[in-house]
Design a protein around this ligand. Structure first.
Ligand code: GLN
Length: 189
């Protein structure tokens, strides 16, 4: 199983380590040419969505990735990755891939509460140690979206078909269950 991790900026190395511990092969995607047909799934890591979105656009990756995701390529988006996948952002006029039927608020916890840890009930795996860093949350989700976790009444993890997103950073913990869930998704389980 080969997973491509977008690796221009942000927490991509930690995703590689988590997935490799689970036995997946990973490659880093930095250029258009790295995004090939041979990928079984992709990861959009946390970081800065504006920087990552600009990179996708400038590398000519925005449309190919959008089409692949629309065509069913499994994707795991964490934090900024969730922002890139959202159809709508409440406090930003940009839309990047726009494949997921969710409205997302960026930097939703304000400056003071920008970063924190909380145990959240992540439906497919159970109680999960979630690390939030200047995190977004999902304000609105379409009826075709499964809410997988909530924190303080806000949606912080969800799935729509081949798209799995978390507002928090599972790659920054030792807990591999969110990545294992994603690999199960890739296997079609
Ligand atoms: N605040 C970032 C953004 O809006 C996301 C933060 C993160 O990925 N940890 O892009």
């Amino acid at each position: 199983m080969k997973i491509g991790i977008f690796a221009l900026q942000g927490a991509f190395l930690e995703h590689r380590q988590s997935l490799e511990k689970l036995g997946a092969e990973t490659i880093e995607i930095r250029r258009r040419a790295h995004f090939s047909d041979g990928l079984d799934g992709i990861v959009l890591p946390g970081g800065e969505s504006t920087v990552q979105g600009k990179f996708l656009r400038e590398e000519g990756l925005l449309n190919p990735v959008k089409q692949a995701v629309e065509g069913g390529l499994p994707v795991f988006g964490t934090c900024a990755g969730l922002i890139l996948l959202a159809k709508e952002l409440t406090n930003d006029r940009n839309v990047y891939l726009g494949t997921m039927d969710v409205t997302v608020k960026r930097n939703a916890y304000g400056r003071q509460l920008g970063s924190f840890r909380a145990d959240v009930e992540l439906k497919p795996v159970g109680l999960f140690p979630a690390v939030f860093i200047r995190a977004p949350y999902i304000e609105k989700a379409g009826t075709n979206v499964d809410v997988l976790a909530e924190q303080d009444g806000k949606i912080v993890a969800a799935r729509q078909d081949n798209m799995f997103v978390t507002a928090f950073h599972p790659e920054l913990t030792e807990d591999l269950r969110a990545h294992a869930y994603f690999l199960d998704m890739v296997r079609g389980k």
